[in-house]
Design a protein around this ligand. Structure first.
Ligand code: ADP
Ligand code: ZN
Ligand code: ZN
Length: 672
């Protein structure tokens, strides 16, 4: 006869979810007990009956069999918001490979004391405007209306296929979301709105607040654990019914979640960096399914993952291809070849065309944004004469410069000494790529002394409220030029901006990441989307050493479909997601030799047992090999079937847990 044990947390609002107790499940209630079920158990010396949640079911006792007590029974109406979250945690642990504890800590807020506050600041310096809650309601245009109507009709018929709205920047996606939200709220259900980085989306949050007022709760990443807990408690008690926030807002314990909106679906911030390394899109899909809720994603540049699902009919695809605001039309995009600038003797980071356009804007008192892409800053080497970056012959990713003298491929380990001349054209102008925003500012001040210049990057925004102060000043037209990193290109709506300059489009093109072209395309399209949001037409200038690259060309043409086809061809050829699944298994430790040795053992073992069905690459050093004196190595595995990768993960973990040496090392899994 099978014996089953349930791991139970007694009080999930406890300071810590670490205290998990094991109980035996009586055979007669086997069928009723699963992960997330609320049960009654005898607890403590007096065996007082307490309620708890089942977080794991096993067939193995972790303690002396005779000391394990029995579950008393299942609680009536035992499925609560918390049980669904616990079930979700279990799913995340399985899918992404973490411990149950890590997964529980991700989905359940920690109870902490909250410092008294006189008012809710929403994490912003400024409070919502007076009389909020009644504003907005722009009438939708016919394209927007059709999407909203289709969604609502499907929703009422119980059809809940995830939707993807592919709408160009400024096409009015936010208004569509709000119509959908109203529909779902009217049925007494609640809504989660995910936005990638809340500090950068002040304007969007304010629009929601104007429309829905008091019913909204904003979860800012700068909230303390206690404040977060309090927000979740309000949601649980029905005091709020729209939660807006970054990816962790997904875990709001609403009693009847009816809709999840995921804005800027393609953003990298939706992927968690810590275990479990979940992607909010996948978790949102699961959560929606568990709650019989709808999921609506939107983007001007959908991720390859989402768009391929839409094309396969797994998601429902909607398109908005015109700007919504009257008189506003997409910017004209010009590409400037920096190789030609250099040949003609212009070594400045501002091309002649860009200088001419900036001067024109300054004369007309219109605003300019200058964007310096810094992803992958300085870590790869490229040729300033022919524009080629030095790449791995086996992997089609750029080699990374180490200690100024060696180039290494972070996907396969291929390595060469730093060459003296360009392998393609023999030019001596080889350089680590990248100029910082500070340098750009200095040069702009020198070149345009008459201009009022603001800079927005990590240095100038580290102070609380730094983003809002700079963005608000620029919005009030207190500056002519705003210089910044990726953070200036996202979602902002400045009607005064008629020129956007992208100073070095190529920087992110060679990041050691199979998604680098996708990321570049997204950034360029988003950046171009900042120009001409008002009535005056906008121009975007893309400066590049590689004008013929498909990522640059398709971005300049703002042709998403063309980009998607080219990029999908590359992913299929190289077996990268979404045409395949990729599991990165990372081992890290202070002892470099032990780390390497363990990695080799894992590699050999996986190759022996799964070699016939999975493509194995590595082990290779992690893109950043040493962090805080910890060495990190990664083994990549590619398989079209996710279940096989999950099986490999389990196989490795089971052996890992039995090895003594592992106590000195850490293992982590990253699925994509
Ligand atoms: P997106 O979210 O797609 O970037 P937004 O929802 O921010 O687009 O809309 C862009 C601009 O167009 C905003 O200023 C918004 O107020 C305006 N807008 C949106 N829908 C309409 C509409 N139906 N009529 C007039 N203006 C609109
Ligand atoms: Zn060259
Ligand atoms: Zn390689």
């Amino acid at each position: 006869m099978a014996v089953k044990y349930a791991s139970i947390i007694i009080d999930i609002s406890h300071e810590s979810v670490d205290r998990i107790f094991q109980y035996r499940i009586p055979e007669k209630i086997f069928s009723e007990v699963r992960v997330g079920t609320q049960v009654c158990v005898p607890f403590g010396a007096g065996n007082r009956e307490r309620k708890g949640y089942v977080v794991e079911i096993t067939e193995k006792a972790d303690y002396d069999e005779s000391k394990i007590k029995e579950v008393a029974g299942v609680v009536e109406g035992s499925i609560t918001a918390d049980s669904r979250l616990i079930e979700l945690a279990w799913w995340m642990k399985e899918r992404y490979g973490s411990t149950m504890n890590q997964a529980l800590k991700t989905v359940l807020p920690v109870k902490r004391k909250v410092r008294a506050r006189s008012h809710q600041t929403f994490g912003f310096e400024k409070l919502p405007p007076e009389g909020s809650g009644s504003g907005g309601i722009l009438p939708l245009n016919p394209e927007q209306q059709q999407i909203a109507d289709t969604f609502c009709a499907d929703y009422d018929r119980g059809k809940r296929k995830p939707c993807l709205i592919h709408g160009i920047t400024g096409s009015g996606k936010t208004e569509v979301y709000m119509a959908m939200i109203s529909h779902v709220l009217a049925q007494g259900r609640q809504v989660i709105v995910l936005i990638p980085e809340i500090a950068l989306t002040y304007q969007t949050v304010m629009r929601f607040y104007e429309r829905f007022g008091e019913r909204i709760c904003v979860m800012h990443s700068r909230l303390s654990a206690g404040e977060r807990y309090e927000q979740f408690e309000r949601a649980k008690k029905g005091k709020t019914d729209i939660m807006i926030g970054a990816r962790s807002a997904l875990f709001t314990p609403f009693p009847d979640l009816g809709l999840i909106i995921m804005d800027e679906e393609h953003e990298g911030a939706y992927k968690s960096e810590g275990a479990p390394r979940y992607h909010a899109r996948e978790v949102a899909e699961k959560l929606a399914q568990m709650n019989d809720a709808a999921l609506v994603m939107g983007s001007a540049t959908p991720s390859m993952e989402a768009f391929s699902k839409a094309k396969a009919g797994i998601y429902r695809l909607f398109s908005l291809d015109k700007r919504a605001g009257d008189g506003s039309s997409p910017a004209t995009v010009e590409v400037v070849d920096l190789r030609k600038e250099m040949r003609d003797g212009n070594k400045s980071i501002f091309s002649r065309r860009l200088q001419e356009l900036i001067t024109g804007r300054l004369e007309k008192k219109e605003q300019v944004m200058l964007f310096m892409n810094r992803r992958g800053y300085s870590s790869f080497v490229s040729c300033r004469s022919c524009g080629k970056a030095i790449k791995c012959p086996h992997c089609d990713v750029s080699l990374t410069l180490h200690n100024k003298n060696r180039l290494i491929c972070h996907y396969c380990g291929y390595t060469i000494p730093m060459p003296e001349v360009c392998p393609s054209c023999k030019s001596e102008y080889l350089a680590g790529f990248g100029v910082g925003t500070q340098k750009v500012e200095e040069m702009a001040v020198r070149r345009f002394p008459q201009a009022r210049i603001l800079r927005m990057d990590l240095d100038t925004t580290s102070r609380k409220g730094g983003h809002e102060t700079i963005l608000a000043a620029f919005a009030r037209e207190e500056a002519d030029i705003l210089i910044g990193t990726q953070m200036i290109v996202k979602g902002h709506d400045f009607p005064g901006v008629t020129l956007v300059g992208i100073l070095a489009a190529d920087v992110s093109l060679y990041a050691p990441d199979f998604r680098c072209v996708e990321r570049t395309f997204q950034l360029l399209v988003q950046a171009a989307g900042r120009a001409g949001r008002g009535k005056k037409p906008g121009i975007a200038v893309i400066q590049t050493y590689l004008p013929e690259h498909y990522g640059i060309q398709t971005a300049a043409a703002q042709d998403y479909n063309h980009f998607y086809h080219q990029e999908m061809g590359y992913r299929e050829l190289m077996n990268y997601p979404p045409s395949c699944h990729l599991l990165g298994l990372q081992v890290s430790g202070q002892d470099e030799r032990l780390t390497s040795h363990m990695m080799d053992l894992i590699q050999a073992s996986v190759a022996r047992h799964f070699g016939s069905c999975v493509e194995i690459i590595g082990p290779v050093p992690a893109p950043v090999y040493k962090v805080n004196d910890i060495y990190r190595k990664i083994l990549y595995m590619k398989q079209g079937n996710y279940d096989i990768l999950m099986k490999i993960r389990k196989y490795v973990q089971e052996r890992w847990d039995e090895t003594e040496d592992c106590k000195k090392l850490a293992i982590q899994y990253d699925f994509s």
